[in-house]
Design a protein around this ligand. Structure first.
Ligand SMILES: C[S@@+](CC[C@H](N)C(=O)[O-])C[C@H]1O[C@@H](n2cnc3c(N)ncnc32)[C@H](O)[C@@H]1O
Length: 211
């Protein structure tokens, strides 16, 4: 399949959507922040949320909050809540501003701090966990905790999981490729999860915790 052609066609179908990544970035005052999800991943998150109706969502890696807002718009109708973790206070402050502008601040709790320290001490369970942290070593390092924190039938989703094959195998990307490859193996081999990896965004893993 010609993915470029397919992707252009799919985006043309959805170009009238209200909230696009481009508009979101243009209306964000801060210009230096971690990359946010593509529109196809935003739509996938919204489809999954509409299907599963998760009441409690945990997001690891907020940046300026495009993914958080995309999810919040889908959970708002039934009162779902999102906790999102970001360790860069300046970026988190911009995200909070964006949540107010998009009228979804009531759905979202922002925790400013290091996911490596916050996740292991969490005890509440979640219906959906979205792993999108900038430090890609944390995907594998926090994997067991993510599975522990998921309710039975809960969803673990993760962005950038095709990096092992899409990033050029040059020195500066080697560590990132390896980190994602380790995470992908953990997901695929985990007997507690039913999972797949979709070729949208930079690779999007969808895993359901078996009941
Ligand atoms: C890819 S961006 C998140 C994009 C966001 N999910 C979206 O699509 O709108 C990753 C973010 O993770 C943050 N980050 C990196 N290491 C972190 C850590 N150890 N704990 C918490 N946040 C971290 C970065 O500052 C960055 O803003």
């Amino acid at each position: 399949m010609d993915f470029k052609k397919a992707s252009a066609y799919i985006e043309s179908l959805y170009e009238k959507r209200k909230l696009t990544q481009k508009q979101y970035i243009e209306t964000t005052e801060l210009k230096d922040f971690g990359p946010v999800i593509d529109d196809d991943v935003a739509r996938m998150l919204q489809v999954l949320i509409t299907l599963v109706r998760p009441r409690r969502i945990l997001e690891i890696g907020t940046s300026v909050g495009f993914s958080t807002v995309s999810m919040a718009k889908a959970v708002k109708s039934y009162g779902g809540k999102i906790t999102t973790i970001e360790f860069d206070a300046k970026v988190a402050k911009q995200a909070i501003k964006n949540f107010e502008r998009e009228k979804v601040a009531g759905q979202i709790e922002v925790r400013i701090g290091d996911a490596r320290e916050i996740i292991p001490i969490l005890t509440e369970e979640y219906d959906l966990i979205f792993q999108d942290v900038g430090d890609k070593n944390l995907y594998a390092a926090l994997f067991d905790d993510c599975v522990r924190l998921l309710k039975p039938a809960g969803l673990l989703v993760a962005e950038d999981t095709l990096f092992p094959v899409t990033l050029f195998p040059v020195f500066k990307w080697v560590k990132m490729r390896e980190a994602l490859a380790e995470f992908n193996k953990k997901v695929a081999d985990c007997p507690l999860l039913e999972s797949t990896l979709l070729p949208i965004g930079d690779g999007f893993t969808v895993a359901v915790k078996r009941e």
